[in-house]
Design a protein. Structure first.
Length: 480
């Protein structure tokens, strides 16, 4: 039993590793040729051609005698493979070729065509004699031979060529010129009189390729030091698999990788943003999807930690009675770094929402500290000077936001009555410890500028005395 369990664990581990680092493959085809041409020659003439051949017609291949003269015929097929179809820098894995043929005297295809394949290079569109001569010479040049004695069955040839084959090599080389020209020669051309017809519409090419691996370094920085681990989404295990940093990965081009910076507080710092080549990524969601392309080659992706502060307060301030703390007033806070969203795409792993974060109603006073849980939400402190440039006084996301209700009906134990309070604007204590983009609006971005700052929504009530002593009370609420 132990051996069985161990084998299962090893297999699952192997499978997950294969999926984690699996290549992404792309396919071209099955695709018919762009141009086609038949060339015929005798022992005393240059190659001749009646022009480009139509896709619906057939091309003759072989040797035959007519009027005492021996004729040799070969077929040529050109595929224009531009960068939008297959980019030049890809790695070709396999090539498949397929066509249907028949012997003139045997339309059922019982006599197979034994063919040689050549890389003929020159463009078929030109009917210039020198071009036709070069095409013919290329179709018998040993250095351009792709494969010999390629034989089909029952009138159909279908062959697959893998890595290391001449077919893969020549097509890989042809990508630079955006075309591949295939020449087909009868293997026993110099020995027997035999003629076959190849159906142009059936001559098709299929190419399986991948982009070259992109080397990427993943890191996580705290005070210019690599720290802890980063998660990489593992689809097989349905979880983020942790890796110590820094770590280099080799990823397929055009693949999507999902990284998760550490979500815990380390030395009073927490995740702030991702960087690519030391440039901040504007979307601060963590976990984060990265679409890997050539711009990531030898780049470093860094989960950047920054200092987080716990001793900040957000509350309502009652102008008639500073320090008043009723039991049922509320305030709203939007935190782009709050880890509260179970992402169904990644096993319901929770992440922050960035600037898509909603305002959440909290009791006043509210403390976004390291450990207090508000119905499962733990804020883990806030960043200072986040999102505001005091030099040019510009606001740049991501940043925090606060929100107040325009009107709150609050019951005061001190009077035994419910009083209506109206929002009057925002302020900070000590003065200048926080900055508001719209200090008189119900909802505004806010930047905390120092530890110990208190952000206040100033409220003015009705039917209240201006004597603060009338409402003072020593008790404090504690939210659990």
């Amino acid at each position: 039993m132990r051996n069985i369990i161990f084998s299962v664990i090893v297999f699952v581990s192997f499978l997950s590793e294969q999926l984690l680092f699996a290549q992404t493959y792309y396919t071209y085809g099955w695709t018919t040729s762009t141009y086609r041409r038949e060339l015929t020659i005798t022992s005393t003439t240059y190659p001749t051609s009646s022009g480009l051949s139509d896709i619906s017609s057939e091309i003759l291949v072989g040797r035959y005698v007519l009027g005492g003269t021996t004729y040799y015929s070969r077929s040529f097929y050109q595929w224009n493979i531009t960068n939008d179809l297959i980019p030049d820098n890809v790695i070709i894995d396999t090539v498949q070729i397929r066509y249907e043929y028949y012997m003139y005297s045997d339309p059922n295809g019982n006599h197979p065509l034994q063919a040689n394949f050549y890389n003929c290079i020159n463009d078929l569109q030109s009917g210039d004699q020198s071009n036709l001569i070069t095409l013919w010479n290329n179709s018998e040049d040993p250095n351009k031979r792709i494969a010999s004695y390629q034989v089909g069955s029952q009138g159909v040839l279908e062959k697959t060529y893998g890595p290391g084959s001449n077919m893969v090599y020549f097509i890989q080389s042809s990508l630079q010129s955006d075309k591949f020209v295939l020449g087909i020669q009868y293997y026993y051309e110099n020995t027997y009189d035999s003629v076959w017809y190849i159906k142009n519409s059936t001559v098709k090419l299929r190419i399986v390729y991948r982009y070259p691996d992109i080397p990427v370094i993943v890191d996580q920085q705290l005070n210019n030091t690599s720290v802890d681990s980063v998660g990489l989404w593992n689809m097989a295990l349905n979880k983020f698999e942790r890796f110590s940093v820094p770590k280099q990965f080799n990823w397929s081009n055009n693949s999507t990788k999902v990284l998760q910076g550490a979500q815990n507080i380390i030395n009073n710092q927490k995740y702030n943003l991702w960087k690519k080549r030391n440039v901040a990524v504007s979307d601060i969601k963590n976990h984060h999807e990265f679409l890997i392309d050539t711009s990531y080659s030898n780049a470093t992706l860094t989960s950047q930690f920054s200092s987080t502060y716990s001793s900040l307060t957000i509350k309502n301030e009652f102008l008639e009675s500073p320090g008043l703390n009723p039991i049922n007033d509320n305030i709203h806070f939007k935190d782009p770094w709050l880890i509260d969203y179970p992402d169904s795409l990644y096993g319901n792993t929770k992440r922050n929402r960035g600037m898509d974060a909603p305002f959440k109603q909290r009791p006043s006073p509210f403390y976004p500290d390291y450990t207090t849980s508000y119905y499962g939400d733990v804020y883990k402190g806030v960043f200072l000077n986040q999102g505001y440039n005091p030099v040019n006084q510009t606001w740049t996301p991501p940043y925090y936001s606060v929100k107040a209700d325009a009107v709150q009906d609050i019951q005061l134990q001190q009077t035994g009555r419910t009083h209506r309070f109206y929002f009057q604007g925002w302020s900070a204590s000590p003065l200048g410890s926080a900055e508001f983009q719209y200090p008189n609006a119900l909802e505004t971005p806010v930047v905390f500028k120092q530890e110990g700052a208190t952000v206040q929504a100033n409220l003015k009530g009705t039917q209240l005395s201006n004597n603060s002593n009338a409402y003072s009370k020593g008790n404090q609420r504690k939210f659990v």
